[in-house]
Design a protein. Sequence first.
Length: 235
Amino acid sequence: MTRLDGYTDADARALVTRALVAEQDIAQILTRGKVLLDVEPIFGLGNKTIQPGPITSTNIPAESAYSEFNADILHAYDVLTNRGIPVELDLTMKFIGGRSNLLGYFSWGSNDERSWGSNDFYSTNAYLSLHFAPGALSDTAVSTSARTFLPTTGGQSLMVDLIAHGLTGAKGYTDEPLLQAIASPTIVFNRYTAGYTLAESFYAASHFVSWEDVVIGDPLCSPYLKKLNTDKSKR
């Protein structure tokens, strides 16, 4: 199940419109945009060759190592690069803002501020300077990124702000889900760019079902399927 939501009725309806636009214009959209993957290296980079991995601990509530999410992001970069999808990977401590026409986005969101002592950690202004192309998907390693879809102040970064800035699909969390509940960026982009739907991509990328999480967007959104079929017809 997914839901259509946003600050306004227009924002919620726009999720479907953006999905349809992406399915029609994905070839042109790819020439103008890129995926942004923003690692926080202070947490460690981990081993990308073994991420995403299964949960092996018998103590399920024990949170996974932060370095594992970074490693998953690094693996996602390889998947996207091999698929010919434009992608920017940032390995600095700086929280990246000021990007437009983004095809997708994974980061630590407001948890990037844990890089204490740096002048480059998370800022709301940087987060709100991100804008998205039709078809873009996102998740952030933020425990309460879907705690509300109403205007609010304070607290952790919200996915609804990115929806207001053009995002087409998102996964967020209503309460503390632990890091291992965040969608795997590798699996999300591997599935989505292979022609799977938005819903299939996010749920395939999730260790848990019905666990503090919300998937936002048109569940049938699948812009890359048309591109793959077009590419095949040209051969």
